[in-house]
Design a binder for this molecule. Structure first.
Ligand code: ATP
Ligand code: MG
Length: 434
C-alpha cells in the first residue's frame, strides 16, 4: 500500500475500531498492513477512503449508522477518522507543513474539519482535487481484488485500464467534448452568417426607408407651416369669439347676481311664510283641540238635556198622578173628617156611659171582693161541711156562684174592650190633629 504523503491516521468509533487508534511512521514508499482474518485491515482501508474518496461523500442516515461501531457496552453515538497529510511540497493550497482533515459522523451529523475548523463538502472536494485525488482519475485507491482482475484482463481491456490510470482517457473524453463543441460552434457560425445576411438586407431596407423619411420630413415641415397658418387664423377667430362670449358672460353674470339676490329675498320671505304657517298650524291645532272639547261638552249637554226631558216627563206624569191622588185623598179626608166628627159625637155621647160603666165595674169588683171576704169568714165560722147536705151539693152551689161571677166579669170585659177601641180612635184623631 502506497501512502504517498500520509503522516498519521487516527480512527475512533468507526466500524470495528471502538477505541481511538493512531497509526504513524508511514514509509514514503510502500506500507503493508498485516493481521489475522477479521482483525480490521479492510476496515482501516475503508476508513481512509471514508475521508478522501468521492464515492463516500454523500451518505444516508442508515449508511452512517452502519459505519458506527456496534458492540457490547455503551452505544457509540459518533465516529471520526482523521488523516494528517504531509504538505511540505504545498500540494494543498494551505500554508502549512502538516494538514489535518477530519470527518465526523453521527446519526444526524456528517461534518468535515480542516485543522479543527469546520469546512463544507465542496471545500473538501476542491482541496482533495488540488492534492491529486481527482474525481476523473479514481485509481489513486486500488481496492482488494482489482489486481487479480487486472491479471485476468484481455490486452485491449488492460490498454483501456492503462489509459485510464495514465489519465489519457480523460483527455480523449475531453477531445470528444471539444469536437462536439467545435461542431456546435460551426452550426452557430452558420446561424450567425445567416443573421448577418438578414441584417444586410435589413440595412438596405432601412436606407430606403431613410430616404423616404427625409422626403417625409420635408413634406411634414410644409404641412406643419400650413397647419400653423390655419391654426393661427383659427386662434384669432377663436379669441374674437372668446371676447364676445366673455362680454355675454359678464352680462349673464350680472343678471345671475340680480337673480341670485332676488332668490335670496324670496328665500327669506319663504322662511317667514314658513314660520307664519307653522304658527298658524299650531293655532289651528289649539283651536281644533278646543273645538273637540266644546264638541264633547255639547254632546254631554245634549245627553243631559235628553235625560232632563225624560225626567221632566216622568215628573209631569207623577205630578198628574199625585194631583189625582191628592184629590182622592182630599175626598177621603173629608169623608174621614166627617166620620171623625160623627165618631167624636158618638164618643161624646158614649163617654158618660163609659164612665158610668167603669164606676159600676169598680162597684161590682168591690162588691165581689166584700162578698168573697164575707164568704170566707162564713166558711171559717161554720165550716163548709155543715152548710151543705153533701159534698156534691156544696160543689154545685160553688159552681153556680163561679158561673155567675164569670158571666158578670165577661160582660164587664166586653164593655171595657168596646170603650178601649173608641178611646184608641179618639187618640189617633188627636195625633193627626183633626
Ligand atoms: P480478512 O483478512 O478476512 O480480509 P480483515 O482483516 O480485512 O479480514 P475486516 O473485514 O476489516 O477484517 O474486519 C471485519 C470485522 O469487523 C468483522 O469481525 C466485523 O464483525 C467487524 N465489523 C465490521 N463492521 C463493524 C461495526 N460497524 N462495528 C463493529 N464491528 C464491525
Ligand atoms: Mg479484508
Amino acid at each position: 500500500m502506497y501512502f504517498v504523503f500520509f503522516l498519521q491516521v487516527i480512527i475512533e468509533g468507526y466500524k470495528s475500531y471502538k477505541e481511538q487508534v493512531k497509526t504513524e511512521d508511514f514509509s514514503p514508499k510502500v506500507n503493508c498492513v498485516v493481521g489475522a482474518n477479521g482483525s480490521g485491515k479492510s476496515n482501516f482501508f475503508h476508513a481512509i477512503r471514508f475521508v478522501i474518496s468521492d464515492l463516500f461523500h454523500n451518505l444516508r442516515s442508515e449508511e452512517r449508522q452502519a459505519l458506527l461501531h456496534e458492540g457490547a457496552g455503551h452505544q457509540v453515538l459518533s465516529a471520526f477518522v482523521e488523516i494528517v497529510f504531509d504538505n511540505s511540497d504545498n500540494r494543498m493550497p494551505v500554508d502549512k507543513e502538516e494538514v489535518r482533515l477530519r470527518r465526523t459522523i453521527g446519526l444526524k451529523k456528517d461534518e468535515y474539519f480542516l485543522d479543527g475548523k469546520h469546512i463544507t463538502k465542496t471545500e473538501v472536494q476542491n482541496l482533495l482535487e488540488s492534492a491529486g485525488f481527482s474525481r476523473s482519475n479514481p485509481y489513486y485507491v486500488v481496492q482488494q481484488g482489482k489486481i487479480a482482475s487486472l491479471t485476468l484482463m484481455k490486452d485491449s481491456e488492460r490498454l483501456d485500464l492503462l489509459k485510464e490510470i495514465g489519465g489519457t482517457r480523460v483527455y480523449e473524453e475531453r477531445r470528444r467534448e471539444s469536437l462536439k463543441i467545435m461542431q456546435e460552434t460551426g452550426n452557430k457560425r452558420k446561424q450567425i452568417i445567416q443573421v448577418v445576411q438578414y441584417l444586410d438586407e435589413r440595412l438596405n431596407e432601412l436606407e430606403q426607408e431613410k430616404e423616404e423619411l427625409k422626403k417625409y420630413q420635408q413634406l411634414d415641415k410644409q404641412r406643419k407651416s400650413l397647419e400653423y397658418t390655419i391654426y393661427d387664423k383659427e386662434l384669432h377667430d377663436a379669441r374674437q369669439k372668446l371676447n364676445e362670449v366673455e362680454e355675454a358672460r359678464n352680462k349673464v353674470s350680472e343678471n345671475s347676481t340680480k337673480m341670485y339676490e332676488s332668490v335670496l329675498e324670496a328665500h327669506e320671505k319663504s322662511k317667514e311664510l314658513e314660520k307664519l304657517s307653522k304658527d298658524l298650524t299650531k293655532e289651528i291645532q289649539i283651536f281644533s283641540k278646543e273645538k273637540e272639547a266644546a264638541e264633547k261638552q255639547r254632546t254631554e249637554a245634549i245627553r243631559k238635556r235628553a235625560k232632563l226631558d225624560l225626567d221632566y216627563k216622568d215628573l209631569q206624569e207623577k205630578m198628574s198622578t199625585n194631583i189625582k191622588a191628592k184629590d182622592d185623598a182630599q175626598k177621603q179626608l173629608m169623608l174621614l173628617e166627617r166620620e171623625v166628627q160623627e165618631t167624636k159625637n158618638a164618643l161624646n155621647d158614649i163617654k158618660p156611659l163609659y164612665e158610668k160603666q167603669v164606676k159600676e165595674e169598680e162597684d161590682i169588683k168591690r162588691g165581689i171582693m166584700d162578698r168573697e171576704k164575707r164568704l170566707s169568714i162564713l166558711y171559717q165560722k161554720q165550716g163548709r161541711a155543715t152548710q151543705f147536705a153533701s159534698k156534691a151539693a156544696r160543689d154545685k152551689w160553688l159552681q153556680k156562684e163561679i158561673d155567675e161571677y164569670e158571666r158578670v166579669l165577661s160582660s164587664n170585659l166586653m164593655q171595657v174592650i168596646f170603650l178601649v177601641k173608641i178611646l184608641s180612635c179618639f187618640l189617633i184623631l188627636q195625633a193627626f190633629d183633626l
